[in-house]
Design a protein around this ligand. Sequence first.
Ligand code: PMP
Ligand code: GLU
Length: 396
Amino acid sequence: MQLSPAVSSLKPSATIAAAAKAKALKAQGVKVYDFTLGEPDFDTPAHIQQAAIAAMQAGHTHYTPSGGIPELKQAICAAYEREHGFTYKPNQCLVSNGAKHSLHNAITALCGPGDEVLIPAPFWVSYEALVELAGARATVIPTTEESGFRLSPADLERHIGPRTRMLLLNSPSNPTGATYSTAQLEELARVTEKHKLWVCSDEIYDKLLYTGEKFRSWTTLLGGIPERSVIVNGVSKAYAMTGWRIGWTLAPVELTAAMDNLQSQQTSNPCSVSQHAAMAAVSGSQQCVADMLVEFTKRRRYTLDRVARLPKVSMPEPGGAFYAFFNVSRHFGQALPNGKVYRDSTEFCTGLLEEAHVALVSGDAFGAPGYVRLSFATSLANLEAGFDRIEKFLKG
Ligand code: PMP
Ligand code: GLU
């Protein structure tokens, strides 16, 4: 079939594809230890579910304004002010169908043919595809395990050219969990400000931090840089609301209006009931976030200990999010205890799934060959059984 050039070259989201492969094996009756998707295993907190039920019963089951209901925009701005001490107005807020949609809006509204978008690697799987869908070019900036997978100001500056339009930054990072200190962020911000670059700061993991350091939102750097900043966030990760599909941007008024136009033509509005649920999430008690963080902290500790015990594997400590991103390349090209030889991360993940029934995502999808990603947003019992299998796969 003749498909459009943009769509025919598009690959499916590698995380979603890896999860589908694990599910297919499960459907055959195999017990699979699935660490593919970055999705909390917790139920959405009860008070948020109740808000959705109340919204349905109150008749909030119709179209809403395309960019979201005013009360939710107000609540998002109030939460941002409470958490970061910076004031956005509701006309600078756009609510969308998940943070992925927010990213798509921001990239499409700002970038087109001839523009370059800088993406530090390892990067989240959808960034490159979203840039290419907008007709722009993704320029990948590699970072190293030794630097904790952090972009340095010198590397950033070296990659800026006349067509560079935007930097896509994600801290805490999916897949590495890397975080930046305020000082490190400000050094990067000095470079982006000097070159008048837009920065799209994906802050979806802002509440999942383990190092004791306070999260610093991009807009608040250098005394406030809202003119060329787009903050992306949402309820999926912090409130265990992946299925509700609510994300948002905080951005200049003119850009917000442009993204609203785009969204009104593409999707009308985000789900009305989910918007009411999201309002309860951002403006209600934040105890549920703290409770889930306690669990994630235990899982992270367990994961770090188990990764440290794996032979010939290395990993910088993830400071945030819920992923372990470790280097398995020292196992390539030599027979593992099962007698098989794997040459890269993708073969390694396929072997691990087929032989040990453990599902991870290959680092190849994140622009980081030699690595694999494990999501620890799952129970300790699952992690224990999964790591036992990974250990056996490597040690015999
Ligand atoms: N950004 C990052 C870094 C992510 O990991 C994800 C999904 N896990 C998203 C954005 C999108 O989140 P959602 O669309 O579920 O809000
Ligand atoms: N973002 C999550 C992940 O990295 C969910 C899947 C996706 O949207 O790609 O696993």
